[in-house]
Design a protein around this ligand. Structure first.
Ligand code: ATP
Ligand code: MN
Length: 346
């Protein structure tokens, strides 16, 4: 679950060239434009991440000018202010930093740093409506013996370079499609989306792809592949490909309960004639050196501003970094979403 609203500490305040009334502050790896003088380095703030849908309460009324967004949440129509990635005076601004003093809610003021406060404030995650045809008849919940797919945003991992200093990562292109998990377990073949396992019906895109790609016969027993399905009708098909493709990013053994390492997953896909997401680099080093030699979160975000390997006319959504470990029941990985992509797509 994403923590959309948290108490955080202002790590840095710095001017924006050519701007008098505003400046930028950094919370963890996020840059956010604020009123000049509102924060000092070290002050606490309430930080709202991008994709938050803020309720129309007085504290947020200054956002009214940007217009409201609508969505259906738990069956109800909801309206609110959606936080997108924006550029102000040439500076990327993501999320919203507000002084603690704007809120007198006791719960808030007692909150520990990092605790998620979205439900206290009625903030939910904005989700675009699910396109028709992507659902399908649900067979059951996502299998408990396979981890769900998800990636943390690098901006929320301010210590990543220290924690994995000088360690090597496999970098893949993050494709903008829909998450699919295909598995064979004890002879049974299963097809799942992000949160559900699906019944084999003609209308279901996950099953159609599985059949078109012969996944049931390609997958050895007790193996699962986690893929992004891209193509027509999915997220606007930015790659402009015909039909659909499932591109694998993780391989998991349902027998041992462990992920294959990146290197083994690459071999596995070659051996079983499965397509992977584009592999950009197999040995990217999180260099922790002095000064300019040190990889920063901003460097990783800049790396993500690139064209897609699948279609050079479109921006990549971003990159996913995974530590080159030996495989295991957990992995270290994170995503760097391209800010260029966000600015264009939102
Ligand atoms: P958020 O967490 O930002 O609210 P989200 O949970 O929908 O959004 P995504 O931004 O879609 O997450 O990022 C995680 C998803 O990225 C994974 O579930 C996976 O389906 C997809 N993905 C696409 N390409 C890759 C890749 N190369 N490696 C790993 N995951 C990838
Ligand atoms: Mn997520």
């Amino acid at each position: 679950m994403r923590q959309l609203v948290t108490v955080r500490t202002i790590a840095e305040v710095s001017p924006i060239e050519g701007a008098d009334a505003i400046e930028k502050v950094r919370v963890d790896g996020w840059w956010c434009v604020t009123k000049k003088g509102e924060f000092k380095e070290g002050s606490k703030c309430l930080y709202f991440e991008v994709d938050s849908l803020l309720p129309p309460i007085p504290q947020f009324s200054f956002l009214e000018g940007r217009g409201r967004s609508k969505m259906i949440y738990e069956g109800k129509d909801i309206e609110g202010y959606r936080l997108r990635t924006v550029k102000l005076k040439g500076q990327i601004s993501q999320g919203l930093c507000l002084p603690m003093s704007m809120f007198d809610d006791a719960l808030l003021l007692e909150a520990a740093t990092g605790q998620d406060l979205s439900s206290v404030l009625g903030v939910i995650k904005y989700e675009a409506p699910i396109p028709a045809g992507l659902g399908g008849e649900v067979k059951g919940v996502f299998p408990s013996f396979i981890p769900k797919t998800d990636e943390e945003r690098v901006q929320n991992l301010p210590d990543i370079v220290s924690l994995h200093a000088n360690e090597f990562f496999t970098v893949t292109e993050k494709l903008d499609g829909t998450s699919a998990t295909f598995y064979k377990h004890d002879g049974a073949f299963g097809v799942c989306g992000r949160n559900w396992e699906y019944k084999d019906t003609v209308a279901n895109v996950y099953w159609r792809v599985a059949k078109a790609m012969n996944l049931e016969s390609k997958l050895p027993d007790y193996m699962a592949i986690q893929c992004e399905i891209i193509g027509e009708g999915i997220q606007g098909n930015p790659y402009k490909i015909k039909g659909h493709q499932a591109r694998c990013f993780y391989v998991f053994s349902t027998d041992t309960g462990e992920y294959l390492s990146s290197a083994m997953a690459i071999e596995f896909c070659q051996m079983h004639n499965l397509q992977m997401v584009p592999v950009i680099m197999r040995d990217f080093c999180l260099v922790k050196g002095m000064g300019t030699n040190c990889v920063t979160i901003d460097d990783l975000l800049n790396m993500a501003n690139r064209k897609s390997v699948l279609n050079p006319n479109t921006n990549a959504e971003g990159l996913v970094f995974r530590l080159n470990d030996l495989g295991g029941s957990s992995k270290v990985s994170f995503k760097a979403i391209s800010n260029n992509y966000l600015l264009k797509h939102e």
